[in-house]
Design a protein around this ligand. Structure first.
Ligand code: EPZ
Length: 430
């Protein structure tokens, strides 16, 4: 199993290019099959999750032509199979977006029910509520969601929970339903807006994405388009906290600063200097960072996907910080790993209390999930000595060229897979 080995203590300095948003791209790739014409999508992040979903789309019969690492041509005309197997959903739960796409276009779909994951149980009841409201018969049999509809008719849908996945999945199905759908209590994340813009570029009629109410007038057919995915605000935020935690000076390039407002506000609050440009943000961290209280919320609140990253940063702050994770029920596991590096934190229900310490020391730790894994690498970069991070396959699911980008900013780290390489690295850096 591959690992990262990191020698901490170097401030990260320089510029880093941010890639396309994974969580927009996954939904856009699924929506691309909703037309029988060819769709060109670029600025895709070259990460495992994207590659697995492209295999799934190929698996149902669509033609998928990878032009280069960041762009692909998809044509859904040749789809014959409306069945997404458990094997696929286990690898990438976002393949459930094919449910909304196939229901909208073919009025039928069978998708294995996704299980929970490391950060929580992650039910999909709101997705199913939306499909049923549009007139689909949705049953769960033998671990599969079986959805069929003679007709899909626009409806007024009020979500009980603000859900990114349900908002996007139901929006896809409604975009080809008959009549007007009004969706309320919806997610407003930038990637929800990106998917709506993508569908509109194919001829859909979706208004209000990014606000509390989305109105959709269904259309009979969707057509070809060429589309570029928005930059990944979570990748950008990850590098911004890496700058903060290592007392560095990092400029994230090719970002949309507006998408980073909550992140920038917190970085300023804990003592970083932040400079915004048209499509870049610079983060400078000099002295010891301050403590703060942060609560994760749906956009435009502080994103849950940056909660582990601010957590490891605050572990080195002065004073006591409190983090409240209001989105997922099990997203503090990284604190157990961080404790092995000398941090002091305690978790009570949805809140973690973090007592800042003056130093962290390198240790052997493992990545519990995608974002916590990236956060623990930040801890290793800020710690004294050598840190080895196991299970980095989680990190590679959502971060393209993670160690190359960190090394370009001055990180002393390698991707390794043997004890021999650990010895070699220790010799090299000693
Ligand atoms: C998306 O997950 C992202 N994944 C997650 O990013 C992100 O953390 C999350 O949105 C919140 O922003 C992708 O986009 C592929 P939700 P999603 O539905 O859609 C509850 C990453 O690191 N809920 O907004 O699954 C749910 O349990 C990943 O890139 C229901 O109760 O999240 C959670 O408490 C991790 N019923 C809350 O809503 C439902 O039907 C928000 O979940 C759906 C969700």
């Amino acid at each position: 199993m591959e690992q990262y080995i990191i020698k901490g203590g170097n401030p990260l300095v320089g510029e880093v290019e941010i890639g396309g948003a994974k969580n927009a791209a996954l939904a856009i790739l699924a929506a691309a099959i909703m037309t029988d014409e060819t769709v060109l999508i670029d600025n895709l992040p070259d990460v495992n999750d994207i590659n697995v979903l492209l295999d799934a789309i190929r698996g149902i019969g669509a033609s998928v032509h990878r032009i280069d690492r960041h762009s692909v041509r998809i044509n859904g005309r040749s789809i014959t199979n409306f069945n997404i197997e458990y094997e696929c959903i286990k690898k990438i739960r976002a393949s459930y977006y094919l449910l909304g796409a196939m229901l909208g276009k073919y009025r039928k779909a069978e998708v294995a029910l996704p299980g929970g994951c490391n950060i929580g149980s992650r039910p999909i009841d709101q997705h199913l509520k939306g499909f049923r409201a549009l007139g689909a018969d949705v049953d769960i049999e033998h671990g599969k969601i079986i959805a069929e509809a003679d007709r899909l008719t626009g409806k007024h849908i009020y979500f009980d929970v603000v859900s990114v996945g349900a908002t996007i999945n139901v929006m896809m199905a409604a975009s080809m339903a008959d009549g007007l759908t009004i969706m309320e209590n919806v997610a407003k994340e930038p990637h929800v807006v990106d998917v709506a813009n993508f569908l509109n570029s194919m001829g859909a009629n979706i208004r209000g994405a990014g606000t509390d109410v989305i109105k959709i007038r269904g259309v009979k057919k969707l057509h070809r388009t060429e589309y570029s995915v928005i930059p990944d605000q979570i990748e950008a935020g990850t590098f911004m906290f890496a700058a903060a935690a290592t007392k560095g000076d990092v400029t994230v390039m090719n970002v949309i600063p507006k998408h980073l407002e909550a992140t920038i506000a917190k970085l300023v609050e804990i003592g970083c200097e932040v400079e915004e440009f048209d499509d870049a943000v610079r983060v400078v961290s000099k002295g010891r960072l301050k403590s703060t209280h942060v609560k994760t919320l749906p956009y435009p609140g502080f994103p849950t996907d940056l909660q582990p990253q601010i957590g490891v940063t605050l572990a080195l702050g002065s004073g006591t910080s409190i983090i409240t994770e209001s989105i997922f029920e099990n997203r503090f596991k990284y604190l157990d790993e961080l404790a092995r590096m000398g941090s002091r934190a305690s978790v009570e229900g949805h809140s973690a209390t973090i007592e800042g310490v003056s130093r962290l020391t390198g240790a052997r730790i493992s990545a519990p999930d995608l974002r916590a894994g990236a956060a623990l690498c930040i801890a290793g970069l800020a710690a004294d000595g050598i840190t080895i991070v196991d299970d980095i396959v989680y990190i590679q699911r959502g971060y393209e060229r993670f160690e190359e980008k960190l090394k370009s900013l001055g990180a002393v780290m390698e991707r390794i897979s043997s004890e021999k390489e650990i010895r070699k690295f220790r010799l090299k850096v000693s």
